[in-house]
Design a protein around this ligand. Sequence first.
Ligand SMILES: [Zn+2]
Length: 423
Amino acid sequence: MTKERTIQGRGIDHIRLTSHAIEMPFNAPKINWFATQPSERGPVIGTISDKQQRNCIGSHGGSYTIYRALSIASGKYPANHKPDLHNTQPTDLIKPQPSWFEPGKIISLDPWGAHIVDAFGDYLEKGYNIQPSIAVTQAYLKLPEIYDAISKGRLHIDGKFINAAGDLKVTKVAIDPVWHLPSIAARIGLDEGSLRKILFRETGGMFPELVTRSDLKVLLPPIGSTTAYIFGDVSDLSNPDIELTCRVHDECNGSDVFGSDICTCRPYLTHGIEEAVRTAQKGGVGLVVYYRKEGRALGEVTKFLVYNARKRQLGGDSAATYFARTECVAGVQDARFQELMPDVLHYFGIRKIHNLHSMSNMKYDAITKSGIEVVNRLSIPDYLIPDDAQVEIEAKKAAGYFTRDTIRTGDALERIKGRDLDL
Ligand SMILES: [Zn+2]
């Protein structure tokens, strides 16, 4: 035995494909995805350390699966670690909702993901290694835009939702992706077998069980998670009589975190937060959901390539050619599949959104098609749009994104120009 093999999980000299029953037996606990009782539904077990218990494809942690593997490879991470879940339970109870059990309603997250200790305690006692895919905690947000809104009198300190320092009290819910493959296929309008083959092929053959183990219906995809920020009482989200203000926001690291001015993402995000808090102060509840779908789910490298293509094209960056440049580089204008987005809303039992802060028709259509009523749609106020982001916003309005403003076309659209690269 080499030195490496004495370190847990390192120096593996051979592997058996997980399609072999000896690696993933056929007698692990069954998952009946839409069952009403946890005992009947069964836990999702994707742990690697206890292979005999596994009943799904992939492993926990979304995109961090790969970092975990690297950490194990470096010898720093004990491969057989079993989480101690003592005191990790949610700070706010998210009660089971009828939507959890409605066939086809929630298919890209595990609604029992935060309830491991209470719902599957009997399995834990028997030694099953079940990991939560949802965690709920509380925090305060310190945001310069909110301090500004307070100083300008748009928001007021109430000691409840906004403390004396101007910080926002929030409940945060982190949600890892858990996919029920037959339902995902149905929502896309594809047969399950074809979906499994495409997922296998397009990831370079990452999970052989997609094609060899059709009995395993749940996939833990190695993609980004989702975070929900709730301002007010979590249980009010499911009450259609209580005013709900909501922003569903797709990640834009450059703007959201670094304040890059080529798009409206951070201003729209902080505006959504401001409106969510205002609604909470009026006795309603606010929700901002943050989806890790960078660059319209095409990624940041593609996004930056598109920026350059936009700014170097003949005539410079223009609202008239905004979407065409993305399509040239990426093959599509947008790779976000918004039909999975409302799952988070249904997890909270939302049936009615009084104020939806989004201009996207794809998001609006996905939300309403999933059975949630939307009363008001609200676009970003003009004063929040950076100069260089006029190209994006005017192009989106011209393409049919929601607005109450005048829509520019033809020459007027062409005249909306972005900054040159070297300025
Ligand atoms: Zn952006």
